[in-house]
Write a protein that binds this ligand. Structure first.
Ligand code: COA
Length: 377
């Protein structure tokens, strides 16, 4: 019997701190007028010292699980799409797994930059369809504020921080992820690159002096690539789902530049009100942009159960991806905020205690085995 991957929960988390264009114009040579007309961005969120890609991922995941009414113990796969992981390893997904107490989940990060969320959705849906997994948490999370050069006006005005998550659940009922595609063209890798910090160019004094630990981007070329693939990928995935553009209720595009979205709308012959746009408030949050936009589309009742939504993204790699989803129902009934807070404390406190106990146990176990070894010598 055919299996489908349904989206049954969603959540988002953004840092508290808002940085407006006017604020940016105080320390780089730019203006609100330039940024708004060239990109559509008015402000973005920037992570504070206590916030990180893991804390944002955990908060978004907790919200998504609450909407789904699913216990973290039932999740069997956690994917975090991010280009700004907490560390190169361990994977941010493992930190999320530990914080949630998702004791039977496999967890790994996926790097496809701004296309990452759709890549992760594609992989998780495939695992669910294949029957190897039943409940997957798919997270897109970024803290680009930590890798942009705040003195480079060509990049620092574009990006922002945040996280979004969805819960996917297997079902025999037709619906959920109807079609999806992922693509790459590595020949364009240098157009958008973080040169240092990997094994090719480890961090050194020279690296820092030459600012190689910050994003480098050829904005014009990325723009040209983006306008080409957004339309093409949307048409391809809609056809793959056996639908036509008129069947699509909402398009949630990657929020990189309003002009890219407008060009895609024009190419597809669709009005802008068929596209969800929140770039003005968050800038480009890379892998987080689509799941954040999905959550806000639900909040604003632009996306309702049963609607057909297309997600489409492009990013470093170069990568691009698209998916057609029949939007699902939240499985849990909404609870008053105080009850939700209480439920979260009781749900996640045991996970924290378990994590600490495991760390202590590991230390104790290591010491005991050293002692026993010495006695045996
Ligand atoms: N404020 C003021 N002026 C700026 C500026 C800023 N923040 N950034 C660039 N400029 C200047 C440039 O230096 C250039 O000046 P010059 O003509 O004297 O050389 C001028 O504005 C025009 O630059 P240009 O690159 O032609 O602008 P643009 O219209 O292509 O817009 C981007 C630049 C970056 C907004 C646009 O190319 C873009 O959005 N590209 C895609 C980037 C992207 O989406 N990246 C993420 C992919 S996931």
């Amino acid at each position: 019997m055919a299996r489908y991957a349904h989206i049954v929960g969603w959540g988002m988390a953004v840092p508290q701190r808002v940085v407006t264009n006017h604020e940016l114009a105080q320390f780089v040579d730019t203006s609100d007028e330039w940024i708004v007309t060239r990109t559509g961005i008015r402000e973005r969120r920037v992570a504070g010292p206590q916030e990180s890609v893991a804390t944002l991922s955990i908060a978004a995941a907790e919200e998504a699980l609450a909407v789904a009414g699913i216990s973290p113990r039932d999740v069997d796969l956690i994917l975090v799409a991010t280009a700004t992981p907490e560390h190169l390893f361990p994977a941010t997904a493992c930190l999320v797994q530990d914080a949630l107490g998702a004791s039977k989940a496999g967890a790994f990060d996926l790097l496809a930059a701004c296309s990452g969320f759709i890549y992760a959705l594609h992989m998780a849906a495939a695992a669910i369809r294949a029957g190897t997994h039943d409940i997957a948490l798919v997270i897109g999370a970024e803290t680009f504020s930590r890798i942009v050069n705040w003195r480079d006006r060509e990049t620092c005005v574009l990006f922002g921080d945040g996280a979004g998550a969805v819960v996917l659940k297997g079902s025999e009922a037709l619906g959920g992820v109807l079609a999806s595609m992922i693509r790459a063209d590595g020949s364009g890798g240098e157009l958008l690159i973080l040169p240092a910090g990997g094994s090719r160019m480890p961090i050194s004094e020279a690296v820092v002096r030459d600012s190689c630990h910050f994003i480098r981007m050829n904005g014009r070329e990325v723009f040209r690539f983006a306008t080409r693939v957004m339309e093409k990928a949307t048409r391809e995935v809609v056809a793959q789902a056996g639908l036509c553009l008129e069947d699509v209720d909402l398009i949630v595009p990657h929020q990189a530049n309003i002009r890219i979205i407008e060009t895609a709308a024009k190419g597809l012959g669709l009005p802008m009100d068929r596209f969800f746009v929140n770039i003005d408030r968050y800038g480009n949050t890379s892998a987080a942009s689509i799941p954040i936009a999905l959550c806000e589309a639900v909040q604003q009742e632009r996306l309702k159960p049963g609607d057909t939504v297309v997600m489409v993204a492009f990013g470093a790699g170069l990568t691009w991806a698209a998916a057609v989803v029949q939007w699902g129902m939240p499985l849990a009934r909404p609870r008053p905020p105080w009850l939700e807070r209480l439920a979260r404390i009781t749900r996640y406190l045991p996970a924290q205690l378990h994590s600490r106990t495991m760390r202590l146990w590991r230390r104790f176990d290591a010491r005991m085995s050293r002692l026993l070894q010495r006695e045996g010598e």
